[in-house]
Design a protein. Structure first.
Length: 144
């Protein structure tokens, strides 16, 4: 399983915003420049992340973007769900989903357990952890 590009970019964008936490507001254009993401993509993400209550946006001369709550109180799960909706590996738990083997599927009752475990894992990673500078041992392990 892989995150969609938009979910990945949302985590990157929020990490960049978190590095400004406690400082002045930052613009979507600045986030695009810092992350190397296209400005229209960042603008779309900022809209979704603001609608989900993860970013606060203020217009005007002293406007810009700030995290809506501390980076330690925002999880990777929060960010992914803001862009993708509920975290689920299998679509069959959604009653609107049409599945050819639904009637005889013995796994369908078990998927919520898997989805809960996945969401819990992502919820355990705080944005503050991702936005923190890498330690020398992390840099060495990543090959950077």
């Amino acid at each position: 399983m892989r995150l969609s590009s938009m979910a990945d970019y949302a985590v990157v964008t929020m990490s960049a915003a978190a590095r400004h936490c406690g400082g002045r507001r930052v613009s979507a254009a600045q986030l695009a420049e810092e992350t190397g993401l296209p400005a229209p993509t960042v603008q779309k993400l900022v809209s979704r992340l603001s609608a989900a209550g993860l970013l606060n946006s203020t217009r005007g001369a002293h406007g810009g973007l700030k995290l809506a709550r501390p980076a330690a109180a925002i999880s990777v799960a929060d960010i992914v769900e803001a862009v993708e909706g509920p975290i689920a590996l299998a679509a069959c738990i959604d009653h609107a989903h049409d599945c050819a083997i639904e009637d005889g599927c013995s796994l369908r009752p078990r998927w919520p357990q898997v989805n809960t475990a996945l969401r819990s894992a992502l919820a355990s990673i705080a944005l503050s952890e991702l936005a923190a500078p890498l330690t020398p041992s992390e840099l060495e392990a990543s090959g950077t």
